[in-house]
Design a protein around this ligand. Structure first.
Ligand code: MN
Ligand code: MN
Length: 465
C-alpha cells in the first residue's frame, strides 16, 4: 500500500494558521489593523465612498471626467451619487480581451429613518424606522446605535450627520420589554417577537417648556435640530439617515485571531479589493474594482448593480481610449472575468445542522469560493463554469493562496444571492469569492484575520494575472 496515498489524493482542508510563520503572522495582523481602522470611519456606503476616494486620490487615481483620453497605466475612478464607486487601471493589452473585474458591495443591513420620522408617544420622542435588508429584528434592540447620513434642504444645501461615534456624542437605542412583563412576547415566534413598526429609536424626553400645548418633547427635539443644523421638520423628508451599531470594530479572541465589526458583509471584500487595487501597477488586462450599493435590497435603483451606471463607466472608458464602436461594450463584457467578492456563511459549530460540513466555508481556512449561490434547487443561481473555476484555482494555486470551495448551507435550507448574476448575464465569467463570516447580517459580525488577508492576496493575484 502506498504510504502517503491519502496525502496525495485527498483535498486536504486545514487551518491556514498552521502554516503561518512569524513574518506572515505580522503581515496578517498589520493588514487587519488597517482594515479595522477603515471600518471605523466607513460604516455606511456614503462614508465608505468618501474614505475610498481619499485613498484613491493619495494613490494617483483621478476622476475619469478629468481625462481627455486614456492610455495604459492610467488610474481612474467614477463616483456615482456619493454611494457607489468604480475604479480601474487601464491594462497593457487590448481592452477587447475583456476586463478583470472584482465586485463587492458597500451597503449593509441597518435601520433607515422613515420620511416623517419624528413622533412623540407617552412623553418620549422617537425616530420611526424602516429596516434595510435582511435583519433579525430582535438583534437591533437594546444596543447602542449612531445616526449617519445626510439631510438635503430644498435649496440643495447638504448637511452631513454623524452622531454617536465621537466619545462626547450621545448615543441612541431601541428599548425592549422587561422579562417580568414579556410572557406573551416570549411565546411568540422569534421573527414576530419584535415588530418592524416598533423599531422606534428613543431620541428625547425633555419637554420644551411647562405649557400644556402638546408634543412638547417633540418640539424640544426639533428646536435642538434647528439650532444644530438649521432645519425644520419638513427637511427630514429629504434626508437619508441610517442607524448603525455604535460599536467599534475590534480584534476578537484571546489569540486576537478574528475581527468583530458591524458591516463586514460586504465591507471586508470591498476593503480588501480596494487595498489590493491601490498597490497595482502595469496590469495586463484592465483591472476594475466595483464598490456597489443596494445589494442588500436587490441591487435595484441607480446606485445598485442593476443600473446602467456601470455600463456608462466602461463606455466612457472605451470613448476615451478612442476605440469605441457599436457593440464593443457587449464584446468587452462577454470576454471579461469577474470575482463577485461577497462574503460566505462561515461554518458555525453552534448551528452545525444548517450546513453540509463537506461543502461549508470554515473560518481560518482561506478565501471561500461559491461555485453557485441561489436557493433550493439552485433557483436564481449564477453557476460558474467548470472551466472558469479551474482557471481561478490555477491562479490561487500558483500563488500559494489557501482556498476552499463551498456552498451556502444545506440544500433544502436556504441560500442567498450576490451581484454575480448581473455581470454573468452580461456574458462575463463570474464566480463568488469572499470571506466566511459568522453572525452574518447581525449588528456585530465575525471574520478570521487569516481569511481577510487571503482575500487581499487573492484579489491582488487575480488582477496581476
Ligand atoms: Mn453580501
Ligand atoms: Mn448580505
Amino acid at each position: 500500500m502506498e504510504e502517503n496515498l491519502k496525502d496525495r489524493l485527498f483535498n486536504k482542508k486545514e487551518s491556514g494558521w498552521k502554516s503561518v510563520d512569524d513574518t506572515e503572522k505580522k503581515n496578517i495582523f498589520d493588514f487587519s489593523k488597517r482594515y479595522i481602522d477603515f471600518l471605523n470611519v466607513s460604516k455606511t456606503e456614503r462614508e465608505f465612498v468618501k474614505a475610498a476616494k481619499k485613498l484613491a486620490d493619495e494613490n494617483g487615481f483621478k476622476d475619469i471626467m478629468e481625462f481627455e483620453s486614456l492610455k495604459a497605466g492610467d488610474k481612474i475612478y467614477f463616483i456615482n451619487r456619493d454611494k457607489s464607486m468604480y475604479l480601474a487601471i487601464i491594462g497593457e493589452e487590448s481592452i477587447e480581451n475583456g476586463l478583470h473585474i472584482i465586485g463587492s458591495h458597500i451597503d449593509s443591513p441597518r435601520l433607515d429613518l422613515k420620511p416623517n420620522p419624528l413622533v412623540e408617544e407617552g412623553k418620549l420622542a422617537y425616530f420611526k424606522t424602516h429596516y434595510y435588508g435582511g435583519i433579525k429584528k430582535y438583534q437591533w434592540t437594546t444596543i447602542p446605535l449612531s445616526i449617519h447620513g445626510v439631510i438635503v434642504k430644498a435649496n440643495g444645501e447638504k448637511i452631513e450627520v454623524n452622531i454617536g461615534e465621537d466619545e462626547n456624542d450621545p448615543i441612541f437605542t431601541i428599548t425592549d420589554l422587561l422579562p417580568h412583563l414579556a410572557q406573551a412576547q416570549m411565546e411568540k415566534k422569534l421573527k414576530d417577537g419584535v415588530e418592524g413598526e416598533n423599531l422606534n429609536l428613543l431620541v428625547g424626553s425633555i419637554p420644551y417648556d411647562e405649557k400644556e400645548c402638546g408634543e412638547q418633547v417633540k418640539l424640544n427635539i426639533l428646536n435642538i435640530l434647528n439650532k444644530k443644523y438649521g432645519i425644520t421638520e419638513v427637511d427630514l423628508t429629504s434626508s437619508e439617515l441610517e442607524l448603525v451599531p455604535q460599536f467599534k470594530a475590534r480584534s476578537l479572541g484571546l489569540d486576537e485571531s478574528m475581527v468583530a465589526a458591524y458591516g463586514q458583509d460586504d465591507k471586508v471584500c470591498a476593503f480588501t479589493s480596494l487595498a489590493a487595487m491601490m498597490e497595482l501597477n502595469n496590469v495586463k488586462n484592465t483591472a476594475v474594482c466595483i464598490l456597489s450599493d443596494k445589494e442588500e435590497v436587490g441591487s435595484m435603483g441607480n446606485t445598485g448593480m442593476e443600473s446602467h451606471m456601470f455600463d456608462f463607466f466602461i463606455s466612457e472608458m472605451l470613448n476615451k481610449l478612442g476605440i469605441n464602436r457599436p457593440n464593443l461594450l457587449d464584446k468587452v463584457f462577454c470576454f471579461s472575468k469577474m470575482l463577485s467578492s461577497d462574503v460566505d456563511a462561515g461554518f458555525d459549530p453552534l448551528y452545525a445542522s444548517v450546513s453540509d460540513k463537506n461543502n461549508a466555508g470554515f473560518l481560518g481556512e482561506g478565501i471561500s469560493l461559491n461555485k453557485y449561490t441561489g436557493a433550493r434547487g439552485k433557483s436564481g443561481a449564477s453557476d460558474a463554469n467548470a472551466e472558469f473555476v479551474a482557471w481561478v484555482r490555477n491562479v490561487l494555486e500558483k500563488n500559494n493562496i489557501l482556498y476552499q470551495i463551498a456552498e451556502l448551507g444545506k440544500v433544502d435550507i436556504g441560500g442567498g444571492g450576490t451581484i454575480a448574476y448581473i455581470l454573468a448575464n452580461k456574458g462575463a465569467d463570474v464566480i463568488d469569492c469572499g470571506v466566511p463570516v459568522l453572525s452574518m447580517h447581525a449588528p456585530y459580525e465575525v471574520t478570521s484575520k487569516y481569511d481577510v488577508y487571503s482575500a487581499y492576496k487573492t484579489y491582488k493575484a487575480f488582477w496581476n494575472e
